[in-house]
Design a protein around this ligand. Sequence first.
Ligand code: PMP
Length: 294
Amino acid sequence: MPRIAYVNGRYVPHREAAVHVEDRGFQFADSVYEVIALMGGKLADEVGHLDRLERSLKELRIAMPRSRRAMQFAIREMVRRNRIRDGMIYMQVTRGTAPRDFKFPSKGASTLVMTLYPASYDIPARKAAVKKAVTVPDIRWKRRDIKTTALIAQVLAKQAAAEKGAYEAWMVDDKGYVTEGSSSNAWIVDKKGNLITRPTANNTILKGVTRSALQALCKKEKIKIVERPFTVAEAYKAKEAFTSSAVALIAPVVEIDGKKIGNGKAGDLTCKVLDLYMDYATDEHRRQERWNPK
Ligand code: PMP
């Protein structure tokens, strides 16, 4: 299978894809990214991910490297050249290459790279998977609403989870409330069947594109979402728990810090929400939800 990467307008063999040693993404994490699921040849929530990419760039005053149309064309070209129908598109924009200096360079273009990885979307297997989470302190900066590649706190969190046999780390603020997963938004279900997830106000979490779509889908289905912070203690006693992200979609969490959640299996509402999302994301004719930064 060919593996083709995209670097600043060129499609190159993956093993040869490279940026300069003085690229600011490499030196300062002066850079943002997006990940889009490709399911059965359809790009899930492409519109929302590009909305958020534009907003992250604007917040950091990095120029959009290409027009949105040109980026959409390049994404499709990556899918075509890699001959993949199920995978993940990774795209990253940096402030570009310049002699090392903290201040913004006075000239130069931003860097755009893309890679495409194969993935499998076996939904029954995902529902049956025993996914565990652990909690860790949230040690990140205060602008978590911007999707930057400054991910060292999440790297450490995910490693801590992996070392305990868990797939995700739920990060916890100084008051004992869960902020989000290291690469996902965190959700619980209460006894009344309400979905509970942390509000995005005050920039304490990333506003997930999948989270955003779930808000619209649940509204239509009359599934109530309550946006409020929840504690780790509350999560232990929740009826169900799950995470949302472009990579893991809606992933049931059946154990947190060694404590079984509900009956220790993927919850009914979790499975329903996953099915809703899959129907939405893989429907060729359905209008994609916009991502709302507020
Ligand atoms: N929070 C964090 C910290 C993340 O890294 C991600 C994954 N990008 C998410 C939430 C979920 O966002 P999305 O649904 O847009 O993938």
